[in-house]
Design a protein around this ligand. Structure first.
Ligand code: ADP
Length: 288
């Protein structure tokens, strides 16, 4: 690319050159601006300005991928809803009431999936645009953990999963956090722990004093996550087993939301897992 720019600039009719150059293997994108330096009509040299726009390019690509992924995710439920509604209208509604009921149930479950997906996308976008309005207050995390356990108790009971809340209540220092957002983090992690743990399993929630931070962990005895997938697990729409997790009604955005909220608070997220044994998801929050 650089050679090409030099050659183009050698042409007498070229007075200025703007060019994007991609450098492999470093994955650097440069925006370059070239101007020949002429003295008395004789070319003496070239002035070139290079701007490193790699980060900008990366952000642009991520946005493009996200839009493509969202469209892809929306298409499946919409196609299913449309297909079954048409079958009903074409006569199944009257000719086969038993199947008709099944079709309506399918339409309903996929509408719910659409709603969840749109809610998660809106949450992510509000986290990105309204960073400034985290309502930070000194909070007792064990209260938030207790609330999340209560909210998801019913779902755990349905799967015969026992939830053990082992967070050390009063002894733990308060953290600076946005109550609503923190609740969402714990709920998302607990929801996953229940979702990816087979019937009869166990989920533990515990807290630790970690110097400047408090660490909150959600541990399950579930299906676990293969080592190779761990680095990507917090990416938007990344799922370990596409077919299985989609069937569970997941949007693939839960952990991306968790990571985003924790990082907005200045904390970090981590995960350890053993396939077949279970997973431990942890996050830290700064003490108040
Ligand atoms: P989803 O809506 O699909 O659950 P998430 O972003 O919450 O999306 O999680 C991403 C993927 O990480 C899931 O699809 C699943 O494969 C895996 N995962 C998340 N939590 C757990 C867990 N506790 N145990 C096993 N796998 C998990």
């Amino acid at each position: 690319d650089l050679l090409e720019a030099f050659n183009d600039l050698a042409r007498p009719d070229v007075n200025e050159l703007l060019r994007e150059i991609y450098i492999q293997p470093d994955g650097i994108t440069l925006f370059t601006h070239w101007v020949p330096l002429n003295v008395d009509g004789v070319r003496q040299g070239i002035v070139a300005v290079f701007h490193d726009i790699s980060d900008l390019k990366k952000a642009e690509n991520m946005r493009r991928d996200f839009v493509a992924n969202v469209s892809h995710e929306l298409r499946t439920p919409v196609t299913i809803i449309k297909g079954y509604a048409e079958t009903l209208l074409d006569g199944a509604l009257e000719s086969d009431p038993v199947r008709a009921l099944r079709f309506v149930e399918i339409i309903s479950s996929h509408s719910e999936r659409l709603t969840n997906l749109i809610n998660d996308i809106l949450t992510l976008s509000s986290l990105e645009t309204k960073e400034a309005i985290l309502e930070l207050n000194p909070i007792d995390v064990s209260g938030t953990i207790a609330k999340a356990c209560m909210l998801l108790q019913e779902r755990a009971v349905q799967k015969h999963i026992s939830i053990f809340n082992e967070s050390t209540g009063g002894a733990l220092p308060r953290v600076m956090a946005d109550q609503g957002r923190l609740e969402q983090v714990v709920v998302n992690l607990l929801e996953n722990a229940i979702k990816y743990t087979p019937d009869g399993g166990r989920v533990r929630l515990f807290t630790e004093d970690d110097g400047e931070c408090v660490r909150v962990s959600v541990a399950d005895s579930g299906i676990g996550i293969p080592f190779k997938d761990l680095p990507r697990i917090f990416e938007r729409f990344y799922r370990v087993d596409e077919a299985r997790t989609r069937e569970q009604g997941g949007t693939g955005l839960g952990l991306a939301i968790v990571k985003h909220i924790v990082q907005l608070h200045g904390g970090n997220v981590s995960v350890t897992s053993e396939p077949g044994q279970g997973s431990v998801f942890s996050f830290t929050l700064k003490k108040a």
